[in-house]
Ligand binder design. Structure first.
Ligand code: RB5
Length: 159
């Protein structure tokens, strides 16, 4: 197995991934990229074909794993990434970032401690998506003043 030497993980990371019918090909691509990381374990909750499914159902499955601790992080995909990111952010404990570029992916980890990444299968090409995923899984939360802000985000769930 080829290991991408630019990105080293510190410990085993469990990732649950899911997509609607609009991003099945991107899901397969992302799973291939994650194979570069021997310390990442991937659970795929579907969908697996071209039959139409509802993206909130996929968001629910992926985010349930993250909230329960079965997964450390989640990756959710739909046609645009918009619907499934909105749905994911309705679930308490989830900070889902829709990323179409590498900078946003990095910031979503460093500043927002995003625990779910969303992308759009009809928006982001495989090349950019591959880099987004590599950066997202290897970037740590900065903490400090950003921790205070993330705490305030999570407090909004209690209102
Ligand atoms: C499904 O056709 C499409 O609406 C979905 O994949 C996503 O783009 C919604 O935000």
């Amino acid at each position: 197995m080829e290991v991408n030497a630019r990105f080293i993980l510190r410990e085993v990371m469990k990732i649950t991934i899911g997509s609607d019918h609009g991003a099945v090909a991107l899901k397969d691509e992302v799973k291939n990229v994650l194979k570069e990381f021997p310390d990442i374990e991937v659970t795929d909750v579907g969908t697996f074909g071209t039959d139409s499914v509802d993206y909130p159902d996929i968001a629910e499955k992926v985010c349930a794993d993250v909230v329960s601790g079965k997964a450390d992080r989640g990756i959710v995909l739909c046609g645009t990434g918009i619907g499934i990111s909105i749905a994911s952010n309705k679930i308490h404990g989830i900070r889902c970032a829709l990323c179409n570029d590498v900078y946003s992916a990095r910031m979503s980890r460093e500043h927002n401690n995003a625990n779910v990444l969303a992308m759009g299968g009809r928006v982001t090409g495989f090349g950019p998506a591959d880099e987004i995923v590599r950066v997202w899984v290897t970037t740590e939360f900065t903490g400090g003043r950003h921790a205070r802000r993330v705490d305030k985000i999570m407090a909004l769930e209690k209102n």
